[in-house]
Design a protein around this ligand. Sequence first.
Ligand SMILES: Cc1cc2nc3c(=O)[nH]c(=O)nc-3n(C[C@H](O)[C@H](O)[C@H](O)COP(=O)(O)OP(=O)(O)OC[C@H]3O[C@@H](n4cnc5c(N)ncnc54)[C@H](O)[C@@H]3O)c2cc1C
Length: 390
Amino acid sequence: MGNRVFDPLDDGQKAVVDQFRDFVRINVRPNAVAWDESQTMDRGVIAELAGKGWLGALAPREYGGQDMDPFLWGAFCEEIGSASSSLLGLPTVHGMAIQSVARWGTSEQKTRLLPGLASGQTLGAFALTEPEVGSDAGSIQCQAVQSGTNIRINGQKQWITYGQIADLFVVVARLEDKPTAFLVPRNTSGLQIRPVKDMLGFRAAELADLQFDDCEVPIECMLGQPGFGFSHVAGTALDHGRFCIAWGCVGLAEGCLQIAMQHSLERKQFGKTLSEHQLIQQMLANMLVGNRAARGLCLQAADLKQKQDPQVIMETSIAKYFASQHAASASRDAVQILGGLGCSSSGHVERFFRDAKVMEIIEGSNQIQQIIISRHATMQYRKNSRANVK
Ligand SMILES: Cc1cc2nc3c(=O)[nH]c(=O)nc-3n(C[C@H](O)[C@H](O)[C@H](O)COP(=O)(O)OP(=O)(O)OC[C@H]3O[C@@H](n4cnc5c(N)ncnc54)[C@H](O)[C@@H]3O)c2cc1C
């Protein structure tokens, strides 16, 4: 999408981005409205993504993945996000499951689960949110109790993206009062999956609520140690989720700019094209500058991810915060520039507008990102002040 001022991709990677772009042009953009209207994701497009190895691209090579470079993965999310946020939800949550297992799994768990996740034969999802607990995720109430060699889970999880079709859930529950992650296969008895319909955005992302009633899994399904569920496993998963959403927002905002630009050049009012009216130019300029800034922050996060720099977590929060806020603003402006047409469900911008609002809430709402960013900045400031006094 768009002009890249700074482009870290080499020629081989650019050729792969061309493949992403062709895939989106042929398979995603023409169908995104229909998926949104039917509130279901086409199984064919999921199979195509899996077949190309893109769903599990971040899994380690030794388990059948591609260890995909963060810049390339960012470009992938950007391209998918430019056409369908609902589809973007799949590599996001599937990747959250992959990252959780790859980072915190035992070698037995990795050998058993990663090949299926890497090939896309097994679809993963991530279940943290509950009816009473959202932003304050460390306070989850779902209970896990050890019973012999099994773990018995009771409680509820809410709004789980791709929960309707996922084969494997990373579930965070309290074990002896410590948030702990578990790998729960879909067909486990005691797990009920209820489809969620009619959300504002992400309408084709197959959301589900999960009900656990004495749902038993072997103790080998524990992922990481007791107490690691929120601080470690969810930390890894959410960092990945924010990275995907930040890049997806760049794509969404760029999609808005392209549509708004084309419309403003074609549509005439008061004897001249919309693009010649200064108030429209102001919106177009803000959209373009915001897109550049959001992409710059995403590139910064990708660079740190590639270098495995611990600062990446903060830079990813910053990128997600800015990019989602900008996507919401760009989609609002795109609707404005298209006028009544922008309010019609037959085009893309009305859907972008609804999906962009969701981007400001998921993977840690923007208020939570602001809290994280400002706490970190304060800590850095104090540290630097102390160093300067010495
Ligand atoms: C489409 C969609 C898909 C989702 N997919 C998943 C998924 O796959 N897995 C999953 O686990 N969850 C998922 N969620 C849930 C999502 O992560 C939560 O909605 C989100 O974390 C916010 O929690 P909440 O909705 O309970 O809002 P609350 O936590 O109740 O917050 C409500 C409002 O208060 C603000 N707020 C909260 N605390 C503070 C504070 N300390 N200071 C200032 N403001 C505050 C929030 O920013 C928000 O604006 C999904 C949600 C949606 C809408």
